[in-house]
Design a protein around this ligand. Sequence first.
Ligand code: RUB
Length: 304
Amino acid sequence: MISPITKKTAVKIKKLEIQGARNIAIAALRAIEETARKSKAKTMGAFLKEMKQNCEVLVKSRPTEPAMRNGLNYVVKKLSNTKHVSDAKGLVRKGCEEYITLMEHAVEKIAEIGSRRIKDGDTIMTHCHSSTVMGIIKKAWKDGKKINVICTETRPRFQGRITAKELVSFGIPTTMIVDSAARYVMNDVDLLIVGADAVTADSFIVNKIGTSQIMLAAKEARTMSCCACETFKFDPVTLSGEWETIEERDPKEVWENPPKGLKIFNPAFDFTPPQLVNFMITELGIITPYETGMIILERYGKVV
Ligand code: RUB
């Protein structure tokens, strides 16, 4: 049975009322925790089936989100040797709490490590809205660095406005540009910081559509570029050669009433190759994108 909270959360995630990889993962974990707590299943078999079905609905709500998938797998795996539903409910609660705490600590650590890379007077550019990137910028500002931020508007869903509102409310000098102005202003940027939805075993960064173009412009301008990303977003399925699925969104997001016969293609994310990324800021420290495969291998083991 699909619980009301799973249905409600999946809809909110689909509609981008909940956006950003970390917020999505946290919302999905909270939904699964409530589903478990309110479950009326009498046997472990029925409980496990219910958990898996609810996880599937959540995972399908945004296919390019390994942080959510990894989190839900982490919780469900805890149930493998459990005999009683009441114990299982406790384990789900514990698993969700543990994973959310790990993510929160990771984002704090990233803010600390990342802000050290920002110098007083720097101009930072970012794309879309990443809570991880925001953590770094706010920490640098709190540490007294007089920075400026350039943020893109991020068509078609304008997540750049969330970024801009948040930065302005913090008092951080912020300039918004249209996405296509990124290359034009790149020579004024000291550090480009983007977030990630997924990172593949072969070191590609999956983030909001347009990220790879901006990273390319940074490379051309010899502007330092980096990706701020918790290792929970590293995707184990890519170790065995699976492609990261790129979510395709409703064409209506691009043009509500297009002329008849026009095709609109609206991918949500793109792939940035490792050669365009100077470094990655993770909770484990600063790494190059080339190390992501090793971290996935160490954490999840070889595929046999
Ligand atoms: C958001 C986006 C963000 C990453 C990282 O896309 O691309 O950069 O999700 O976010 P959308 P965070 O708005 O389509 O979800 O650092 O908060 O996990």
